[in-house]
Design a binder for this molecule. Structure first.
Ligand code: 5GP
Length: 185
């Protein structure tokens, strides 16, 4: 799964974690600092530049990229290969450059682009979450413009208009059975 900044990839991932525990979420390594509430080993493996570069040089990354012109992010290869070998559905939340690399090495993977209902809504969500200053927001919106233009490269575009609906569509694309909506009491 890829998609522009603030589209709700983290929210959809959290919903997958909660409602579809049979899906394994890949934990990326990153050189960026943890945000409040982020747990090392759960949301990311927070590593120093040296350790990140070592992992890349040792061929331990399935894919990696510098995102938003700043920090490096990568998917440790071994965990993904182990899950797939065990028949466990695996979800990678990565950027466009990473998705292109995975397409090269794992052409059978399914590629989902999580899209905002509109550009205005994307800007609203980015400002609303309040985790980036104006400069970083501009940097992320510049990346987002490039990413949105690449949506047609993906197998499926899922519009994140409503989290549960988007999650259900995503896991359906992954080949899982979608949960029935809870019946009101
Ligand atoms: P954030 O800093 O907001 O957590 O993530 C910034 C961007 O990095 C997001 O677009 C996210 O999808 C991307 N990203 C996170 N993990 C990985 C990864 O392992 N590989 C790649 N290529 N991108 C990643």
């Amino acid at each position: 799964m890829a998609g522009p900044t603030a589209v709700g990839k983290g929210t959809v991932s959290a919903d997958v974690r909660e409602r579809y525990p049979q899906v394994w979420l890949s934990v990326s390594a990153t050189t960026r600092d943890p945000r409040p509430g982020e747990v090392d080993g759960v949301h990311y493996l927070f590593v120093g530049r040296e350790e990140f570069d070592r992992m890349v040089a040792a061929g331990e990354m399935l894919e990696w990229a510098v995102v938003h012109g700043r920090n490096s992010y990568g998917t440790p290869r071994r965990a993904v290969e182990e899950k797939l070998a065990a028949g466990v559905p695996a979800l990678l939340e990565i950027d466009l450059q990473g998705a292109r690399q995975v397409k090269e090495s794992m052409p059978d993977a399914r590629f989902v682009f999580l899209a905002p209902p509109s550009w205005e809504e994307l800007e609203r969500r980015l400002v609303g979450r309040g985790t980036e200053g104006p400069e970083e927001r501009e940097r992320r919106l510049a990346t987002a413009r490039v990413e949105l233009a690449a949506a047609p490269e993906f197998d499926h575009v899922v519009v994140n208009d409503e989290v549960r609906r988007a999650t259900d569509e995503l896991v359906h694309v992954m080949g899982l059975d979608v949960q029935a909506a809870p019946t009101p009491l």
